[in-house]
Design a protein around this ligand. Structure first.
Ligand code: NCD
Length: 298
C-alpha cells in the first residue's frame, strides 16, 4: 500500500491506490474543495515544463493553497549551487515538493532530502507517475474502464518516461493487451521488458494499427534531448487515423513535434488537450491525499 510520503514511481501504487486517486480526482471535477488553505507547494524544476508545472500550480491554487516555483534561470544554480541544496532550501519553505529532474536515478534520494512529501514530476527517461495517472483518468473517462483494453504505444518508447509509467499502471489491471510500435532504435529499454507487449516496427504502422484495432493509441514525441545517437521519426497521417475504430482514442502527453498534425485535432478521437486538462483534478487528488496522510489537513 502507498505510504503517501512520496510518489516517485508508480510501482509504489497498488491497483486500489490508483482507483482511489482517480475517484478522488473525479470528486474534484464535480466539486472542487479548498482543502489546502494555508499550505505551500514548492515546484522545483531542473528541466523545462509547461503542462506539469502549470497544472500542479493550478491544482494547488484550486485547493486554496499557494505555490513557490524554482527554475534554474535566475537562481543560485547559476552560481553553481547544487540540486541537493536547492531542493533542501525550496522544500524547507513549503509543505509539499514537486521535483522534475533531467536525469534518471536520483529522484528517490532527492525526495528523501526534501523532508516533506515529494512527488516525481518526471526524472530523465525513467518515470512520470502523475502523467500516467492523468492518462489513466482520461482512458477511464473515455472507455469507462482500465481493463480489457488494447493499447498501442507509438514512438519513442526507449526514452519516453510517460510510457514507462503508463505501461506499469495498465499492467496492474487484468486483460489489457499492450503493443509497442517503434523505430527499432527506440524500443522499450531492458528494465521495461518485464511488461508483456507485442512489438511492431514503426515502418509498418498502418498494418500494425489495422491488426491491433486499438482502444487507445498513445503517441509520444522523440525525446531529442535524451537521444544518444539514435534516430527515429514517425507521423500519424490522416489516412491512418481514418482507419482506426470509431471508439479509439488518440492520446499524447504533449508537447508534440510533428507526430500528430494540428489538422487532426478536430477529430473527436484525438484528445490530447482534454487529456492535459485532466492534469489539474488528478494532481489535486495526489497533493491532497499526501498532505492528508501527513495530518496536515483537516
Ligand atoms: C512529457 C514529459 O515531460 O515527460 N510531457 C509532459 O509532462 N506532459 C512528454 C515529453 O516531454 O515528451
Amino acid at each position: 500500500m502507498w505510504d503517501r510520503n512520496s510518489l516517485v514511481s508508480v510501482t509504489q501504487l497498488s491497483r486500489s491506490d490508483i482507483e482511489e486517486i482517480l475517484s478522488v480526482a473525479s470528486s474534484f471535477v464535480r466539486e472542487p474543495r479548498e482543502l489546502c488553505k494555508g499550505k505551500i507547494l514548492a515546484n522545483i524544476f531542473f528541466e523545462p515544463s509547461t503542462r506539469t508545472e502549470k497544472s500542479f500550480q493550478s491544482a494547488m491554487y484550486r485547493l486554496g493553497g499557494q505555490v513557490l516555483t524554482h527554475k534554474d534561470a535566475g537562481s543560485s544554480r547559476e552560481k553553481g549551487e547544487t540540486k541537493e541544496d536547492t531542493i533542501r532550501i525550496l522544500a524547507g519553505y513549503a509543505d509539499i515538493a514537486v521535483i522534475r529532474d533531467d536525469e534518471e536515478g536520483q529522484i528517490m534520494r532527492y525526495a528523501a532530502l526534501a523532508g516533506v512529501p515529494a512527488i516525481n514530476a518526471g526524472d530523465g527517461s525513467n518515470e512520470h507517475p502523475t502523467q500516467s495517472l492523468l492518462d489513466a483518468f482520461t482512458i477511464m473517462q473515455e472507455h469507462g474502464r482500465l481493463e480489457n483494453l488494447r493499447i498501442a504505444f507509438l514512438g519513442d518508447l526507449k526514452y519516453g518516461r510517460t510510457v514507462h509509467s503508463l505501461m506499469k499502471v495498465l499492467s496492474l489491471f487484468p486483460g489489457n493487451e499492450m503493443y509497442s510500435i517503434t523505430p527499432s532504435s527506440l524500443t522499450l529499454p531492458a528494465e521495461m521488458r518485464f511488461i508483456e507487449a507485442g512489438h511492431y516496427d514503426v515502418e509498418n504502422m498502418e498494418k500494425a494499427l489495422n491488426e491491433i484495432k486499438p482502444d487507445v493509441v498513445y503517441c509520444t514525441r522523440v525525446q531529442k534531448e535524451r537521444l544518444k545517437g539514435e534516430k527515429g521519426s514517425y507521423i500519424m497521417h490522416r489516412e491512418i487515423l481514418e482507419a482506426l475504430p470509431t471508439t479509439c482514442r488518440v492520446l499524447h502527453p504533449l508537447p508534440r513535434s510533428n507526430e500528430i498534425n494540428a489538422d487532426m485535432d478536430s477529430d473527436p478521437r484525438v484528445i490530447p488537450f482534454k487529456q492535459a486538462r485532466n492534469g489539474v483534478p488528478v494532481r489535486m487528488a495526489v497533493i491532497s491525499m499526501m498532505l492528508k496522510a501527513k495530518k496536515e489537513l483537516e
